[in-house]
Design a protein around this ligand. Structure first.
Ligand code: GTP
Length: 372
C-alpha cells in the first residue's frame, strides 16, 4: 500500500478530514479525559517492570503509541501485535523480524485465541523470571498494557487473566476489563492478576492518542481499524479508501469461485476438469463456513468488478472510476434499493463491517521498512 493512486484517494479524504475538523472540533478524540489518562500512564511507566505496547497487527507502524515517545524506547518495552487473525498472515513473521532487528522484542497474538494467549503468557512468565534472576527487588512483577484506542488492550488483559495460572478464588474476586468495538471505552487503569510464582499483575489502561494526527493516510488507517471514530474521516470516504486498498491488492482473486462468469470460463477452458488452482481454492475455503449469501455476493461483485476492469489502476483517474463502479454494484449485493434514503452510507457501513470482521480478506496496510 502506498502507491500514488491510493495516495490520491487519501488526499481527497484529507480534505474531508480537514473540513470536518474545521466545522466541528480540532481534535475530537483528544478529550480532557484522554489528556489526563496520558499523564497518568506516563507517570506510571517508570514504576512498572515491563510495558506491553499493544499495536494493531494490520498497521504495526501506524498504530504506534507515539506520544509516549522516549518513555517507551527502552529494553522494558515489548511490542504486542494484536489481532493477527485480521492481518495478512504472510507478513507477520517479517514484522516480528523487523522489530527484533530494531531491538524491540515483538509478539504477535490473537486475544480471542486461548492457545495463542497461553503461548503469550509463557513468554511473559519467562521474561518475568529472567528479571527476578537479575536482581529485581520484589517478588511481584507488574506489566502495563498501553496503546492507542481499540487495539485490544482490555481483551488481552481479560484473556491473560482467564488463562492465567492463578487460583479459582483469585479469579472470582477480580473484575474484568471492559471490551468494546467502540474506541475509548476503557476509562480507568485497572489491575488483573495473570500468574503466580512469580506473581504477575497486568495493568489495563485507557487508549491514548496525540492531540493531533498528522497525515491523511494515517487518519484513514486509524479509522479503518477503529482507533478513531469513522465520522472523523467520513464513512463514505473511508469505504472508498478501503476499496482503493482492495483494488490494489491481490485479495479479490481468491473470490473467483463465487463468480458464475468465472465458472463458465473455467468449464469452457478446462472441459470439466478441475484445474490445479481450483484444487487450491477448495483447500483454502474448506474451513470457511460462511453461509452468508450477502457476503458471498459482495465477494463475487468485487471480484467481477476488478477482474473485468481494463483501466490502469496505478492511474488515479481509473482507480476512482473503478470505485464508482463498485459502489454502484454493491448496492445490489447488499440488497439496498434505489429508493432507500442514504443508500451510499448504508453500503459504506456494511462494507466496513465486513472488512473489520475479516470477511473481506487480509491486507498489508503498512509497508515493512526495508533494511539497507
Ligand atoms: N478479531 C479480533 N478482535 C479483537 C482482538 N482483540 C480485541 N478484539 C476486539 O477489538 C475490539 C476492541 O477491544 P478492546 O479490548 O476493548 O480494545 P482496547 O484497546 O481496550 O480499547 P480502548 O478502551 O479504546 O482503549 C473489541 O471488539 C474486541 O472484541 C483480536 O485479537 N482479534
Amino acid at each position: 500500500m502506498g502507491s500514488t493512486a491510493t495516495r490520491s484517494i487519501v488526499q481527497k479524504l484529507g480534505s474531508a478530514v480537514k473540513e470536518v475538523a474545521r466545522t466541528k472540533c480540532s481534535s475530537w478524540w483528544y478529550t480532557p479525559h484522554m489528556a489526563a489518562a496520558s499523564r497518568a500512564i506516563a507517570e506510571r511507566i517508570p514504576l512498572v517492570d515491563f510495558v506491553l505496547e499493544v499495536r494493531d497487527a494490520r498497521i504495526p507502524l501506524s498504530s504506534e503509541c507515539s506520544q509516549l515517545g522516549d518513555l517507551l524506547s527502552s529494553s522494558r518495552r515489548i511490542i504486542v501485535l494484536n489481532k493477527i487473525d485480521l492481518a495478512k498472515q504472510s507478513a507477520m513473521k517479517e514484522w516480528t523480524k523487523y522489530f527484533n532487528q530494531e531491538k524491540s522484542p515483538a509478539f504477535g497474538v490473537n486475544a480471542h485465541n486461548k492457545e495463542n494467549i497461553r503461548e503469550f503468557l509463557n513468554f511473559l512468565q519467562a521474561r518475568a523470571r529472567e528479571l527476578l534472576k537479575t536482581g529485581h527487588s520484589g517478588q511481584t512483577i507488574t506489566l502495563m498494557l498501553v496503546g492507542i484506542p481499540n487495539v485490544g488492550k482490555s481483551a488481552l488483559a481479560n484473556a491473560l487473566h482467564q488463562v492465567g495460572r492463578i487460583s479459582a478464588l483469585e479469579k472470582g474476586k477480580l473484575k474484568h476489563a471492559t471490551v468494546s468495538p467502540q474506541p475509548g471505552e476503557t476509562k480507568n487503569i485497572s489491575s488483573l492478576k495473570i500468574a503466580s510464582h512469580p506473581n504477575i499483575y497486568v495493568l489495563d489502561t485507557p487508549g491514548i492518542l496525540p492531540p493531533e494526527i498528522f497525515g491523511d493516510e494515517l487518519c484513514s488507517k486509524l479509522a479503518l481499524i477503529g482507533a478513531i471514530r469513522d465520522c472523523i474521516v467520513g464513512k463514505n470516504d473511508l469505504a472508498h479508501y478501503f476499496l482503493a486498498v482492495l483494488n490494489l491488492s491481490q485479495e479479490y482473486k481468491k473470490w473467483s469461485r463465487f463468480s458464475a462468469m468465472e465458472n463458465v470460463r473455467s468449464s469452457i477452458y478446462q472441459e470439466g476438469e478441475l484445474s490445479e488452482s481450483s484444487h487450491v481454492d477448495k483447500r483454502q475455503y474448506a474451513t470457511d463456513h460462511t453461509q452468508d449469501f450477502i457476503v458471498n455476493d459482495v465477494r463475487r461483485t468485487l471480484f467481477e468488478a476488478v477482474s473485468t476492469f481494463s483501466g490502469d489502476l496505478e492511474n488515479d483517474k481509473y482507480l476512482e472510476q473503478l470505485i464508482e463502479v463498485e459502489s454502484r454494484m454493491l448496492r445490489n449485493a447488499f440488497r439496498i434499493t434505489q429508493s432507500e434514503v442514504d443508500g451510499h452510507t448504508k453500503i459504506a457501513i456494511k462494507l466496513l463491517d465486513l472488512y473489520r470482521t475479516g470477511r473481506l480478506g487480509h491486507y498489508a496496510l503498512d509497508d515493512i521498512p526495508r533494511f539497507s
